[in-house]
Ligand binder design. Structure first.
Ligand code: SAM
Length: 335
């Protein structure tokens, strides 16, 4: 059954955050000053079990979802993640199952994830310069560890592999071309993300954003590129291709070229709240329904009520002033 919101947008993509914990403290996402030793993370019994997640996934897929992305926090810090992948891979009607990770634990887990039914993966890597990368992840993880994780994903047969790099002016913008050069022609699809005003803790300012236009200029001057057609309506990354035919590169431009009009995404937090926008302050509580003995039909009914009145289009309304409005942290609901 297809659900449409107030702007006639269907529900197609579901991002499920399996933990609010992460082994990185990226300055733009989970700054140490906020997410330090005293920070109160969710307790074990507060987060959805794998059975609860799989049940929700089945209900969502029956109502239009075609693609599920597992995220976090860092999904690979949650114990026995392949067990969840195995359950989700069996969801009737699901067309695409993927996962976003910082890659630091991928060497140990890539094989098991592939066997469990994962077919492709996205790895976040913001720079190839060790000093810059370690300043950004703020826990001293070297670039080599993530590159080794990417190799492990390749060896396990996960494909395509995508790499996401958040670009923040004055922090890592001077290392963009090196990243592009490194992955050009390798089959790995690199995407640059505009620094976003997600959450309330990352000190976002418009002047730290390097826009798609600027980023495409920086890359294009060294490695000529041209815009390419989207693969499908609602695709998050704008695709560009190298003129020499050596592959493609993408830009995720939520700030300078918002794509709310095509947004078919919903996000479930680790404790089972559904967010209909990355920039929403509040979610809709599905855990109480699941743990309160509601039937699949009753849960689907609630999903329909939430989606039909959805009118979010935050990125189209964003101004410097809206950056201060309360909203959920990216580290809780993932990208
Ligand atoms: N830990 C996993 C990872 O590193 O990919 C999954 C969760 S992480 C929140 C998902 C993605 O969001 C990462 O690529 C991260 O760089 C990106 N991200 C976090 N904060 C961001 C921000 N303020 N602007 C743009 N992207 C951001």
């Amino acid at each position: 059954m297809e659900l449409l919101d107030t702007f006639q947008r269907p529900l197609r993509d579901l991002r499920i955050s399996v933990t609010d914990r992460c082994n990185f403290r990226c300055t733009y996402c989970m700054p140490k000053e906020v997410f330090g030793p005293g920070y109160q993370f969710l307790q074990r019994d507060e987060i959805l079990t794998y059975e609860e997640i799989s049940r929700l996934a089945r209900i969502f897929v029956a109502h239009g979802v075609e693609k599920i992305r597992i995220t976090g926090g860092e999904p690979l810090v949650r114990r026995d993640l392949p067990l969840l992948i195995e359950q989700l891979a069996q969801t009737p009607g699901l067309k695409d199952l993927t996962l976003t990770t910082n890659g630091s634990l991928l060497r140990q887990q890539a094989g098991a994830l592939r066997v469990a039914g994962l077919t492709r993966i996205t790895v976040s890597l913001d720079s190839l310069d060790d000093a810059v990368f370690q300043q950004m992840n703020d826990v001293g993880v070297p670039v080599a560890q993530v590159l080794d994780g990417i190799d492990a994903a390749k060896e396990a047969g996960l494909a395509p592999i995508k790499v996401n790099a958040v670009i923040e002016r004055g922090v890592n913008d001077h290392t963009m071309v090196d990243l592009a050069r490194f992955f050009k022609g390798s089959g790995v699809i690199l995407r640059f993300i505009e620094f976003m005003d997600v959450g309330n803790t990352n000190g976002w300012r418009m002047d730290r954003v390097v826009t798609l236009r600027e980023m495409a200029g920086i890359i294009g001057r060294e490695l000529p590129i041209e815009p390419a057609e989207p693969n499908y309506r609602g695709e998050v990354a704008r695709r560009w291709r190298y003129l020499d035919g050596s592959g493609e590169i993408g830009f995720i431009s939520s700030i300078s070229q918002p794509f709310c009009g095509d947004c078919t995404r919903a996000r479930i937090s680790p404790e089972g709240e559904l967010f209909t926008c990355l920039f929403a302050a509040r979610g809709h509580d599905f855990r109480t329904l699941i743990r309160g003995g509601k039937s699949d039909a009753e849960i689907a009914e609630f999903l329909g009520q939430v989606w039909r009145v959805r009118d979010d289009r935050y990125s189209e309304l964003r101004t410097e002033a809206t950056a201060g409005i309360e909203r959920v942290e990216m580290s809780r609901i993932g990208g």
